[in-house]
Design a protein around this ligand. Structure first.
Ligand SMILES: Nc1ncnc2c1ncn2[C@@H]1O[C@H](COP(=O)(O)OS(=O)(=O)O)[C@@H](OP(=O)(O)O)[C@H]1O
Ligand SMILES: Nc1ncnc2c1ncn2[C@@H]1O[C@H](COP(=O)(O)OP(=O)(O)O)[C@@H](O)[C@H]1O
Length: 207
C-alpha cells in the first residue's frame, strides 16, 4: 500500500485491525464514488441526494466536494492546470483514506482532466473506484449558472473557466453515465437511485 515518497527513512506502519474489520463493523464495503462533470451539471446536488439515500439505508458515506475542499485543504490552489491536477491528486488520496476507513466516499469535483481522474482510479483496487459522469450539455449548465460564473467567464472576467476556455475531457469508460432523457434532466433522486442500485448490485452495501 505504500507509495514512493520524497522523504527518506520512513517506514510503512501496519495495524492488525484493518479495512476488513471496519467493513464488518459497518456492514458495507469502502469505495469511492467519483462524480465528474461541468460546473452546474449537478454534481453537488447528486452527491447530497446520494449521501442522504445511503444514510436512510443505514450506510455511512462522506462527501468530498471540490468547492468545500478549496476552503481548507486545497485553499492554496487555483485553477491553472497544475493546480487542478494537485487538487485532484490530494482529493484522491483523501478519498482513498475514507474508503480504507470503510466509508462510501462521494467525491464531487469538476476533475476535468482524464489523466488526473485515472491517477485517482489507480490509487484503489479498480472495482472500488466508481466514476460517475454527469453528461449534461454545456447549454444546460450555462442556463442554470447558479453562481453567475459562466456569465463572468463569457464576459472575459474569469479566465480558464471549464467548458468555456479550459477543456473538459469526458470519461472514456466510466461506470455510470447520467444524462438527459428526451431533453429532460432526471431528478436528483432518480439519479441517486441509479447509483445506489449500482452499489447494491456490486455488493458494496453489505459485507
Ligand atoms: N476557472 C474555473 N473553472 C471551473 N470552476 C471554477 C473556476 N473558478 C471558480 N470555479 C468554481 O470552483 C468550483 C470547481 O472546483 P473544483 O475543485 O471542482 O475544480 S477542479 O476539479 O479542480 O477543476 C466550481 O464549482 P462547481 O460549480 O460546483 O463545479 C466553480 O464554482
Ligand atoms: N437533477 C437536477 N434537475 C434540475 N436541476 C438540478 C438538478 N441537479 C442540480 N440542479 C440545479 O442545477 C444547479 C447546479 O447544481 P449543482 O449541484 O450545484 O452543480 P455542480 O455541483 O455540478 O456545480 C443548482 O441550481 C441545482 O439546484
Amino acid at each position: 500500500m505504500s507509495t514512493v515518497s520524497n522523504a527518506t527513512n520512513i517506514f510503512w506502519q501496519d495495524c492488525q485491525l484493518g479495512k476488513p474489520e471496519r467493513q464488518k463493523l459497518l456492514n458495507q464495503k469502502g469505495c469511492v464514488v467519483w462524480i465528474t462533470g461541468l460546473s452546474g451539471s449537478g454534481k453537488s446536488t447528486l452527491a447530497c441526494s446520494l449521501s442522504s439515500e445511503l444514510h436512510s439505508k443505514g450506510k455511512l458515506s462522506y462527501i468530498l466536494d471540490g468547492d468545500n475542499l478549496r476552503h481548507g485543504l486545497n485553499k492554496d490552489l487555483g485553477f491553472k492546470p497544475e493546480d487542478r491536477t494537485e487538487n485532484i491528486r490530494r482529493t484522491g488520496e483523501v478519498a482513498k483514506l475514507f474508503a480504507d476507513a470503510g466509508l462510501i466516499c462521494v467525491a464531487s469535483l469538476i476533475s476535468p482532466y482524464r489523466r488526473d481522474r485515472d491517477t485517482c482510479r489507480a490509487m484503489l483496487p479498480d472495482a472500488n473506484f466508481i466514476e460517475v459522469y454527469m453528461n449534461m450539455p454545456l447549454a444546460l449548465c450555462e442556463a442554470r449558472d447558479p453562481k453567475g460564473l459562466y456569465k463572468l467567464a463569457r464576459a472575459g472576467k474569469i479566465k480558464g473557466f471549464t467548458g468555456i476556455d479550459d477543456p473538459y475531457e469526458p470519461p472514456l469508460n466510466c461506470e455510470i453515465e447520467l444524462k438527459e432523457d428526451n431533453g429532460v434532466c432526471p431528478t436528483p433522486n432518480v439519479m441517486a437511485g441509479q447509483v445506489v442500485s449500482y452499489l447494491e448490485e456490486k455488493g458494496f452495501l453489505h459485507c
